[in-house]
Design a protein around this ligand. Sequence first.
Ligand code: ADP
Ligand code: MG
Length: 259
Amino acid sequence: MAEPDPTRTPKMRADKVSVFYDGKQALKDVSINIHDDRVTAFIGPSGCGKSTFLRCLNRMNDTIPSAKVTGDIELDGQNINSDAVDVVQLRARVGMVFQKPNPFPKSIYDNVAYGPRIHGLANTKADIDAIVEKSLRRAGLWEEAKDRLQESGTALSGGQQQRLCIARAIAVDPEVILMDEPCSALDPIATAKIEELIHELRGRYAIAIVTHNMQQAARVSQRTAFFHLGELVEYGKTSEIFTNPREVRTQDYITGRYG
Ligand code: ADP
Ligand code: MG
């Protein structure tokens, strides 16, 4: 279950990960490997634990006091939950984009420059300018934003705000980008732009995306993991999951038998 491609070393490895909220188990023994030049989609009905699992991968569950995480999670073979890991550094290496675009109430420029500044990735104005431009270009926002860098990020459209949040994640040179239903607040055109962007970013970053939209999972991912009631039911090549699932529960979900 953990490894659809045993010949390769994974970028991230989750081994028997469980999550409890106030003692109530929300995620059960999930083992999964994520590779670095692929998009991995997490699908399944609402409440099945997709966001909970995604948050394990950069320790965002640390911010939820009732949450307790057990099991092992490694990034490049290193245990991310060890005391030796600086969680701020970890979240730069494993960036996150949320369901609702959440730019800082700051300028477009400062939204992108903030991370590189606090991480000391650039010292001079010219260096920061270069990172801002590169990140906005990679996020497909440069042409729309270059003449309004000092305007507030919150003045952008929803789709632009989401691309700004992707630029903000990219600015600190992440290795993995986690996206939790990044298009659910966007219209179809803005959604198509984000999907196109995911295609372009693949190869440079490992990408894990939660989506409740099966068509989106089929379009953007190479690997799909199907969750149900806190369990990882099936994990494999996206094409196989959608055309020839091994498990009855997966089959029922992709044919729309439950929502
Ligand atoms: P999904 O993203 O697949 O919709 P979640 O990971 O959000 O599912 O939720 C999985 C389960 O954990 C659900 O039963 C949900 O109610 C519970 N849960 C999620 N977040 C919290 C939280 N902060 N506190 C308590 N329970 C939570
Ligand atoms: Mg969710």
